[in-house]
Design a protein around this ligand. Structure first.
Ligand code: SF4
Length: 379
């Protein structure tokens, strides 16, 4: 799904909802959707259609966002993610809410309010318009969400209890796995889609420590192994992994460890390189490893563990090629192309009420800032 819109200066832009990438395009590209005889731009169109976009769903946006558009967006939103808590039982060295980043200063170690979350769900269910598969995903995110299991259980049960319109309800959660063994019974019963944070082997995972500085690797591994051996079907179908790349690891090491041990291909994310505190810049630079460089090393590694093509390795390459060859957007900084591709996608707020809008409800917002967004629920 993407949106094409014009600016006041009559420039044409394309916003891709999947990648959240907004780019300046030639107006002929729009015509190519209907007229395939424009050879030069037809080639561009074909490239985009094959690699990036679902042109069939294209629509053109007028600049005015109406109340009806807002309502329709809410009525068709596919998912809500609750930041259950900003507390955590770990104190990872590179945590975005830790000492390394400016955001760490805003942390207030609180839980989200259950009644407000219920109010939101009730409202969304009431106005719900039937979708193709009628799927609705409720996500739980932290901090470490299992530190507030009461919220997770209560909201899950509440959503199931008010599901008169028979939404295809699904639940998802990201976890550091410290409390996984304790709560796996409930999570597997409700078939939570689980994303486990595991950076690879013991050394690769060594920045994930407890507040007292002790490593978390042994406990995480023990708990994940437990799920694999005691809930094999659930593990096979609903558990995936995310690893944070750092100077103690590499794409190759991560794939070797997680694929060999669990038969899964993990997502790999690069350290966030924005909003690093000045006094922590040296520590950050030491810890940082470029994903693109490490991916390239992996692709040239003849001993690589996964021989078949790995979508998300080539994924960034596709985008780099696309941006270089087919976009004339001058706003992209050079290091966007070279290194930091996925960190510079414009946020959802560029197009706040796009039809694929997703809601992220934060535990860490203050009472003042939350009061106005919530007020419409009462109207
Ligand atoms: S587990 Fe996640 S939230 Fe907790 S300290 Fe580590 S990175 Fe931060």
């Amino acid at each position: 799904m993407h949106t094409i819109f014009k600016s006041e200066g009559n420039n044409t832009y394309l916003y891709d909802h999947h990648s959240r990438l907004c780019m300046l395009i030639h107006p002929s590209l729009v015509r190519c959707q209907k007229d395939k005889n424009e050879d030069y731009y037809s080639a561009k169109f074909e490239y985009l259609r094959q690699h990036l976009l679902q042109f069939d769903d294209c629509f053109t946006l007028t600049r005015k966002v109406t109340p009806q558009m807002v309502f329709d967006s809410l009525a068709t939103t596919p998912s809500v993610v609750f930041e259950v808590t900003d507390m955590c039982n770990l104190k990872c060295k590179y945590c975005a809410f830790g000492e390394m980043y400016e955001m760490g200063r805003d942390r207030h170690f609180g839980n989200i309010e259950i009644e407000k979350a219920k109010l939101l769900l009730k409202y969304l269910f009431n106005i719900r318009k039937v979708q193709l598969n009628n799927e609705f995903m409720i996500g739980f995110y932290g901090g470490e969400p299992l530190m507030n299991i009461e919220f997770i259980k209560e909201i899950s049960e509440y959503a199931l209890s008010i599901n008169d319109i028979r939404l295809n309800l699904k639940f998802s959660m990201t976890t550091n796995a410290i409390l996984l063994k304790k709560y796996i019974g409930y999570l597997s019963e409700k078939e939570f889609e689980l994303l486990v944070s595991l950076d690879g082997d013991s050394l690769s995972h060594s920045y994930r420590t407890f507040p007292n500085g002790k490593p978390s690797f042994d406990i995480v591994l023990h708990n994940v192994d437990y799920v694999k051996s005691h809930y094999p079907d659930y593990f096979q179908n609903h558990v995936s992994f995310n690893a944070v790349l750092n100077d103690h690891s590499s794409v190759s090491k991560i794939y070797h460890f997680i694929y060999n041990r669990y038969g899964k291909i993990p997502e790999i994310t690069q350290l966030l390189n924005k909003n690093v505190r000045n006094e922590k810049m040296d520590a950050f630079n030491k810890m940082f490893l470029s994903k693109k460089n490490s991916e390239n090393e992996y692709l040239n590694d003849n001993t690589k563990v996964i021989q078949s093509s790995i979508p998300h390795v080539s994924y960034s390459e596709e985008y780099v090629d696309f941006i270089k060859d087919y976009s004339i957007c001058s706003l992209l900084p050079t290091d966007f192309i070279n290194d930091q591709l996925e960190l510079y996608y414009p946020a959802d707020t560029c197009m706040p009420f796009s039809l694929h809008n997703r809601w992220l409800i934060l535990a860490s917002v203050t009472e003042t800032s939350v009061s106005s967004p919530w007020s419409w629920l009462h109207n």
